[in-house]
Design a protein around this ligand. Structure first.
Ligand code: ZN
Length: 158
């Protein structure tokens, strides 16, 4: 059997094209469903608040991992927040990365939230990113009810 390979250059590694067909359905649950529907339909970001410890989880959770309480209080948080940390990927791996390198993935604590949201950072060169900087969610024009309805978080320009 002939196999076509792709030489990835300097590293000397090879990549072999292949295909795995694995259809599946992922159940978003009650919290995830409302979270994604609000993103898709209204460009709004919601979390859930714990009645015991008052933490606001974004993305929303159905139970508090700190208190084990069921969470049913919904809270709209801001679409702006603070970049808590980030990492820059500068090494290209064929076929599995969400952006051309270099790109950054960060954790943003949205205004009104207690937890951080992991997402792509965009709208700026990665060299401009700083821990503590203000970020804003950038929504896709065509939203489909999933995590990538937020295209990325970009530095807030004032
Ligand atoms: Zn709690």
């Amino acid at each position: 059997m002939a196999v076509r390979s792709e030489d990835l250059g300097k590293t000397g590694t090879l990549a072999y094209p292949s295909r795995i067909k694995l259809p599946y359905v992922w159940y978003a649950g009650k919290a995830g469903s409302r979270f994604y529907q609000e993103l898709r339909d209204h460009c709004r970001i919601y979390g859930t608040r714990c009645p015991d410890c008052s933490w606001v989880y974004v993305p929303p959770r159905e139970t508090c991992p700190r208190c084990y309480r069921l969470l049913d209080e919904w809270v709209e948080v801001g679409n702006t927040g603070t970049l808590l940390t980030f990492t820059v990927t500068r090494y290209a791996v064929a076929g599995i990365q969400p952006r051309q390198v270099p790109f950054a993935i960060g954790i943003v604590r949205l205004d009104g939230a207690s937890s951080g949201l992991v997402h792509l950072c965009g709208g700026a060169d990665v060299s401009e990113l700083r821990v503590g900087m203000r970020m804003q969610a950038v929504f896709r024009q065509k939203r489909e009810g999933n995590y990538l309805d937020i295209e990325h978080f970009a530095p807030l320009r004032t």
